[in-house]
Design a protein around this ligand. Structure first.
Ligand code: ADP
Ligand code: MG
Length: 722
């Protein structure tokens, strides 16, 4: 009898066990049987060869058409070209000095062929592939009646798909599952099959029905484990004490509200009410606030910060770049006006200090900033990663606001949160302008509650987007530069965005690909050419903090000021949060090199004021390029959620959750955070039920075991830290 906990080396040959560990890190039986097939080939149904991508390591089922032995032209020896087919498409196998294979690879022979697809003389080929012929004597065994489905596993050059299949078969033959991780009541209620059958059927189904049953059941394993981890995390976070921060009717917040030059939208008011209620509770708030660029998140964050300041605490706002931190500082001091000047003569009684801390401060300013943070003189602290340094020590950190949180990892969030002290937690508000579908957010950000601002504040102007296919219509690009000059003449600013700084930065992997347009090359060409009559500024990540600040400040001044900048040529450092309402036009060069969400973020920099915005996506993508679909999509809608979904569909699931956000993604093999929303919701309810009745999973030991093996170490770390 074999159990899930057995070492593979106890069940398989030493050589196989070693290979599985070396290639996939599999040690125990569970590791192997939980590595489900990637797809199934039907016995006799040949693989569609046309679909294979160059560079992929593939396993295909095909039939031999011909076998030819050729003499090498330039060197000694022979070469064997074997053509295989799926009935329509063809693929060439190449061997060297292996004429003897003529006896195996006879015309009409069928088999599985495995190797990496390469191109030679415009033909796709597999050079010295491994293969296993079907119907060969060693294949005929008692299991053959279920072999209508041939499982195809993610293979490597060292471990072939059929080797894995054989190992799995061997293990399954004696496998016994003693305890099922899914509680029996749950399985009964939802008609889920037991784990033993599910594993058998996912690897060796006899029919579609079995495969479907197995999938549903195994998805539940993943979804429930995930949701238990999240429930536990939520519970832990909620059990921490936090200082309640209650709104005061005569404090700084009240003074701020009275001075606000606009009324909050209904959406803003609702979210604000939710936030106040959570700040007033004795446990930390964990809220994700998402909303389109310009939807007015910053004002809400500021209201939350003022609530905390009113109660004697401090609030920290962490931004991903210096540009953004500096801009938040300017925007917040401006919104606060005299309220941001505590201690100064003639300032408001209820004022508070606002301090900016970034890496580029000089020594004296940094010392002052650190002092203000430590003494509590600074009620509001805005900064970059510099806030995370050890020597930053808060007097009483009550609220952490993280802007564009996808730019930060779990670690960084934890570092800032820990600055509130070892015996309590600050309230946490994270903000993002990149819309995230609900289930993704729930999975990636675990225990965060979510608020969404759907409407933009009134007075916003629509933004029009066009794609300029520069290779086909160069005149359209000329026209674009003229239009930029016209915008400046009308008193507005223009952004030009390029994918990179220097021409030598990186060489394209594909030799046929043109290198991306570089700021270094484009800027002088524009300044001597179409933009020679306007004032151009340059902005990129390589500039010092002071230079960046200077460019941003002068760009904000714009055409009406003698010191202003009219056109800013920039890399994507301006992608997030930059707010110059008077800018009306953006030209994005090599737009096909940016992702959908990124393009959407970028263009959110224009149309922020009362004049309509225009965004031109310039691309040299050819007629048949797949990037055209993306560009056209971005041009066709300004609905960020729609674009986010499109973007996610085009990416692989593994990328969706982001590298640093969560370790759970690696435990989701069958569950799709995009497509399995209903399942994830149901699993969440079940998980809460289980967790409420048995928080330490004492009655659910098999489930607990499954969780610890599904959840990887990163995740465990995260749970501890957050
Ligand atoms: P976000 O951070 O969501 O991108 P901001 O908070 O920066 O958006 O808001 C964009 C601009 O809109 C800012 O200049 C802000 O002062 C302004 N704003 C915010 N809320 C409103 C409102 N309710 N009415 C009018 N203007 C608003
Ligand atoms: Mg913002």
């Amino acid at each position: 009898m074999t159990t899930l906990d057995d070492e593979l080396s106890q069940v398989l040959g030493a050589k196989e066990a070693k290979a599985l560990e070396a290639s996939f890190g599999m040690r125990r039986v569970e590791d192997l049987v939980r590595a489900y097939p990637r797809r199934y080939d039907r016995r006799g149904a040949l693989t569609d060869l046309a679909r294979l991508q160059v560079g992929d390591h593939v396993t295909v089922q095909a039939e031999v058409v011909s076998f030819t032995s050729l003499k090498n032209k330039s060197k000694a020896g022979t070469r064997q070209e074997v053509i295989i087919t799926d009935g329509t498409g063809k693929l060439t196998l190449i061997f060297f000095n292996q004429h003897w294979r003529v006896n195996e690879l006879t015309e009409g022979a069928r088999g599985l062929f495995s190797g990496q697809i390469t191109v030679f003389n415009n033909k796709r080929q597999l050079a010295h592939p491994d293969y296993e012929l079907l119907g060969a004597t060693d294949q005929v065994d008692a299991n053959d009646y279920v072999d209508e489905y041939l499982p195809v596993y993610a293979a490597t050059a060292k471990v072939q798909s059929w080797t894995i299949a054989k190992c799995v078969a061997k293990v399954l033959a004696s496998l016994e599952v003693t305890a099922d991780p899914l509680p029996e009541s749950l399985r009964k209620e939802r008609h889920l099959i037991d784990l033993r059958d599910a594993l058998q059927w996912i690897h060796k189904p006899s029919n579609d029905e079995q495969l479907e049953q197995a999938r549903i059941r195994l998805k539940w394993d993943e979804a429930l484990a995930l949701q238990i981890v999240l429930a536990k995390q939520r519970h832990e976070e909620r059990s921490w004490p936090a200082v309640p921060r209650v709104e005061k009717s005569d404090g700084l917040l009240a003074a701020f509200d009275a001075s606000l030059p606009f009324t909050l939208t209904q959406g803003q008011q609702d979210v604000s009410a939710t936030i106040s209620a959570e700040l007033a509770a004795g446990h930390p708030m964990h809220r994700l606030l998402q909303g389109e660029v310009g939807s007015g998140k910053t004002v809400l964050a500021l209201r939350a910060m003022l609530t905390v300041v009113d109660s004697g605490g401090q609030a920290a706002l962490l931004a991903p770049t210096e540009v953004l931190a500096a801009q938040h500082y300017r925007a917040i001091t401006k919104l606060l006006g005299p309220l941001a000047e505590r201690g100064k003569l003639g300032s408001h009684d209820e004022g508070t200090g606002v301090t900016l801390l970034t890496g580029s401060l000089n020594t004296a300013s940094r010392r002052q900033a650190l002092l203000d943070i430590t003494t509590g003189q600074a009620g509001i602290v805005i900064g970059t990663h510099a806030l995370l340094e050890d020597r930053v020590d808060f007097f009483d950190l009550g609220l952490v606001v993280i802007d564009e949180q996808h730019r930060f990892g779990v670690e960084q969030r934890a570092t800032l949160v820990a600055k509130a002290g070892s015996d309590r937690r600050p309230h946490v508000l994270v903000m993002t302008a990149t819309p995230i579908p609900r289930t993704v957010a729930m999975t990636a950000f675990g225990a965060l509650d979510i608020s969404t601002l759907k409407e933009l504040p009134g007075g916003r102007s629509p933004i029009t987007t066009h794609v300029v296919y520069a290779a086909e219509k160069p005149a359209h690009l000329d026209r674009a530069w003229q239009r930029a000059v016209e915008e400046v003449k009308n008193g507005h600013q223009v952004y030009v965005v390029v994918p990179r700084i220097a021409s030598q930065e990186d060489k394209p992997a594909d030799k046929n690909q043109r290198p991306a347009i570089a700021l270094e090359d484009l800027a002088p060409a524009l300044m001597e050419g179409p933009l020679k009559d306007v004032r151009v500024g340059i902005m990129h990540g390589g500039l010092s903090g002071a230079d960046k600040d200077d460019v941003m400040r002068r760009f904000a001044l714009g055409p009406s000021s003698p010191d202003g900048i009219d056109v800013m040529i920039s890399t994507t450092v301006i992608e997030v949060g930059v707010d110059v309402p008077n800018a009306t036009m953006m030209i994005i060069m090599d737009a096909d090199r940016f992702g959908i969400s990124q393009l959407h973020q970028l263009r959110g920099r224009v149309g922020r004021g009362s004049a309509p915005g225009l965004c031109l996506l310039v691309s040299e993508a050819g007629k048949f390029s797949s990037s055209r679909e993306r560009l056209d999509a971005v041009a066709s809608t300004t609905d960020g959620f729609k674009l986010a979904e499109l973007d996610l569909e085009q990416r692989r699931e593994g990328d969706i959750l982001g590298r640093d956000q969560s370790g759970v993604r690696s435990s989701l093999h069958l569950v799709s955070v995009l497509k399995d929303e209903e399942l994830l919701d149901e699993a969440r309810r079940e998980a809460e039920k289980i967790f409420d009745s048995d928080p330490h999973l004492e009655q659910h030991s098999a489930l607990e075991r499954a969780i610890s093996s599904l959840v990887n170490n990163d995740r465990a770390e995260y749970v501890k830290k957050s």
